[in-house]
Design a protein around this ligand. Structure first.
Ligand code: ADP
Length: 484
């Protein structure tokens, strides 16, 4: 059987450029899908840091005027991935983040920047590049979500489109006055078009016109159809419910393998879990915490934002410290939270330690050294941190929302009796529930045999991309069967 040919459109892709989980998914899926008989090419913007990392580059098409300037489509390879790169200097040749200027604000022309990505995505989808004719198109988040809208208004035959929502909080909402500048026809400005709260909604348009909609966990798929989590798109999502599905993300089990991970003080596996504690000692030293195996050690590896519930953790520190536990925190984000944790570390020297910044190597040691990894998110589409924690034998302590609810089995009596528990869940995401979850975790830590059992259950759980890739491949095949 010939491989099915897929076009993926994503505004970031690991290992070339990353701000969040979207990059991980866009970077990992092509490899996992290849084992399912799917060949993927990914269209991505030509940010300077991405262009610098490309290994081979061949110009494939010129755009003399693409949303305000000349651009080129490059046929390229980089980071082990087959790519199309949109080299449009007037839109993407800027330093720093893909989305924000140095002042921390969105680039003022983000609508044009990502409309250009979607427009070129639609051209590629229609096979305009001759040699490349995709049978299915997979677009990610609002930045790529106009692709199916352009295909709809262009008319004519087109492949099926899957849209994946990685975080509904980011929607791409812009003034209606931009409609013409976005190369959309006047008739697109309607409730069943791209119109969204009197403006143009990129994600809204994608939800309207994609053939299938996925998000990154079954629980998040249900949550976003409710007013509480739907961020004003719950009505449209409910209307499209029969086309919506949640597929949990995986992690790269080669990069995240405690048996071979070069970032650890000591490698180990489920069979040699007795060797894990050397990592705990290394972590305690790194965070200037008292070196003691008996002291339960909680870790947090997170963006420091309200979504991640780090304010709940700040307010739960009395429970954590009062029960004689320690906290090692690795995070970057809002100054308010950074200041709060820095003050706690100063006040509770030896019990609370912080490293502020983004440090991939230290994140690996955290997973190998902590007894527990905290994920107290208010909402969490999937979450990767708890998947890494399972694989590394750090028991996840998580809010029962989104992908956290789907990937951690709470150590309640029934789960302990059945021998399937992998962590601790709490609900609702508030301070009393988190404090109680921390107490429960500490109680489990004192029960050495139970703790070991839970740790090993987690380490043996399948958190790879194999299962998710099979599901995406099945969706692709069902779409490719139907001519449009
Ligand atoms: P989100 O994409 O919302 O930030 P996810 O849990 O889906 O959250 O993915 C975040 C990834 O980034 C995880 O793998 C996590 O370990 C990692 N990460 C978050 N903050 C840091 C940090 N300060 N240093 C290193 N890795 C981090």
């Amino acid at each position: 059987m010939n491989d099915l040919v897929a076009l993926s459109v994503a505004s970031e892709i690991y290992p070339l450029i990353k701000t969040g989980g979207l990059a991980d998914v866009a970077g990992a899926l092509p490899g996992a899908l290849a084992r399912e008989g799917v060949t993927t090419r990914t269209l991505t913007p030509g940010y300077p840091s991405l262009l610098a990392k490309l290994e081979t580059v061949t110009p494939a098409r010129d755009y003399p005027a693409l949303f305000g300037g000349p651009a080129r489509l490059l046929d390229a390879r980089g980071g082990g991935l087959d790519l199309f790169v949109l080299d449009a200097p007037h839109l993407f040749d800027r330093p720093g983040s893909p989305y924000l200027g140095a002042d921390g604000r969105d680039w003022p022309d983000n609508a044009l920047r990502f409309a250009a990505l979607s427009r070129v995505g639609a051209d590629l989808a229609k096979g305009e590049l001759g040699g490349f004719v995709p049978e299915v198109v997979h677009v990610h988040d609002w930045q790529a979500a106009l692709t199916p809208a352009y295909l709809h208004y262009d008319g004519g035959p087109r492949p099926g489109v899957v849209l994946t929502i990685h975080n509904l909080a980011f929607q791409g909402h812009f003034p209606a006055s931009l409609l013409g500048a976005l190369w959309l026809p006047p008739r697109a400005m309607s409730i069943d078009g791209v119109e969204y709260f009197q403006g143009v909604g990129f994600l809204k348009a994608g939800l309207q016109f994609a053939d299938r909609i996925t998000t990154v966990s079954p629980t998040y798929a249900r949550e976003i159809m409710t007013p509480q989590f739907g961020m004003a798109l719950d009505g449209l999502l409910r209307a499209r419910a029969s086309s919506v599905e949640g597929i949990v993300n995986g992690i790269d089990d080669v990069v995240w393998n405690p048996a071979t991970d070069p970032q650890l003080a000591q490698n180990y596996s489920a069979l040699r879990v007795d060797q894990r504690p050397r990592n705990k000692a290394a972590l305690q030293q790194r965070f200037a915490l008292a070196t003691s195996y008996e002291t339960p050690l909680f870790g947090l590896v997170s963006r420091l934002t309200r979504q991640k519930g780090v304010d709940l953790l700040l307010d739960s520190l009395p429970a954590l410290i009062g029960h004689g536990a320690q906290l090692a925190l690795l995070g970057a984000g809002e100054k308010l939270f950074q200041d709060g944790f820095a003050a706690a570390a100063a006040e509770h020297a030896g019990a609370v330690g912080c490293v502020f910044g983004y440090d991939e190597a230290l994140a690996h040691l955290m997973q190998a050294g902590a007894d527990f990894i905290l994920v107290p998110s208010r909402f969490e589409p999937c979450g990767l941190t708890q998947l890494c924690a399972l694989r590394y034998g750090a028991m996840p302590v998580v809010a029962r929302v989104g992908g956290l609810a789907d990937t951690v089995i709470d150590a309640n009596d029934a789960a302990l009796g059945a021998g399937v528990a992998t962590g601790v869940q709490f609900s609702p995401p508030d301070v009393p529930a988190l404090s109680y979850a921390i107490e429960r975790a500490i109680g489990l830590y004192r029960d050495v045999a139970t703790m070991r059992r839970i740790r090993l259950n987690g380490m043996r759980a399948d958190v790879s991309w194999r299962g998710p890739a099979k599901r995406y491949a099945a969706i692709y095949r069902s779409l490719a069967k139907v001519p449009r």
